[in-house]
Ligand binder design. Structure first.
Ligand SMILES: [Zn+2]
Length: 303
């Protein structure tokens, strides 16, 4: 390795990523007072359409999708990593899936560079939960924290779930790797990781909102870094049509279906009542928008 600089290694890895089809881009921006929100793409994940609602009548799910002009066989989720800049300071929310998850993920480093955000300048990284598509991008090719100078923040409940001795028995067979990966990445982050409780002001201007169910320790964040508030939703809602029209339907990835549905409705109720803008990790085109009440459910209004 003596003659091979870290930059050269990273450069060749970035060049490889271009061939994988992972989209790197800053997909949306918005100003909230003196803070700027940039949505950085880590790529996308395509799942079978059945992941949208695990127990709902298939015909009803398909009717909703068809009515919105969307395919019914597969669902493609964007990976939107929100970064808030205020002056010199950068706060990031979640980390993308990284290059080890799927060929279509791992674009975040290129997206950050395209947006002019230096990973070394990221002061805080706040995690909504520890699923691979939000966490595994936290480490670089050398298995060290990609944002070397950042303090990482995870809810205590989420840490407890992934490190419980019985975690593997609580996950289906095809998701055992989620727990092994969460443990591996969180252990690597531990020297610079702090844990918080829902309701805490995690850092000045950012409070954690309790939205459990998608994972047991899942949180959203109310951000007031620039004065005007907005909310980082995480995976409390994940689809632009189905989550809003049928918030009661658990998705294939909601660990605790009923709790996830209750959190989804409670958060949507609040966002609609307070007319709070939000960004959600998997919604299309950067996922910045608002929620409106529509009958007994809701409607997504992209910004
Ligand atoms: Zn996710």
């Amino acid at each position: 390795m003596a003659g091979l600089s870290r930059r050269a290694v990273l450069g060749s890895a970035a060049a490889l990523a271009v061939g994988t089809g992972a989209a790197s881009a800053q997909t949306a921006t918005a100003a909230f007072g003196s803070a700027k929100l940039s949505i950085l793409s880590d790529g996308s994940i395509t799942l079978p359409g059945t992941f949208l609602a695990r127990a709902a009548p298939r015909a009803e799910v398909e009717a909703l999708l068809t009515g919105a002009g969307l395919p019914t066989d597969v669902v493609t989720n964007s990976l939107n990593v929100p970064a808030v800049t205020k002056g010199d300071e950068v706060v990031m929310f979640d980390c993308g899936a990284g290059k080890n998850f799927l060929p279509t993920t791992g674009a975040l480093p290129d997206s950050m560079s395209a947006a002019g955000i230096d990973p070394a300048k990221v002061k805080h990284v706040l995690l909504t939960h520890a699923h691979p598509d939000h966490l595994w991008g936290a480490l670089d090719e050398f298995d060290t924290p990609a944002c070397a100078n950042a303090t990482y923040h995870l809810s205590q409940g989420e840490w407890d779930f992934w490190f419980a001795p019985d975690v593997f028995s609580k996950l289906p067979e095809d998701r055992q790797a989620f727990a092994a990966g969460a443990q591996r990445v969180l252990k690597a982050l531990e020297p610079q990781l702090k844990r918080f409780k829902p309701g805490d002001e995690v850092i000045p201007g950012v409070a954690a909102i309790d939205t459990p169910g998608h994972t047991p320790g899942h949180v959203s964040f109310e951000v007031r870094l620039g004065g005007e508030p907005f909310v980082i939703v995480g995976d409390a809602f994940t689809h632009p049509v189905v989550s809003f029209a049928r918030p009661d339907w658990a998705t294939g990835l909601d660990q605790e279906g009923d709790r996830a549905a209750a959190s989804r409705r409670r958060l949507m109720d609040r966002l609609a009542a307070e007319k709070l803008p939000f960004t959600a990790y998997h919604l299309p085109k950067g996922g910045i928008g608002r929620v409106e009440i529509a009958g007994s459910a809701f409607r997504y209004v992209p910004a």
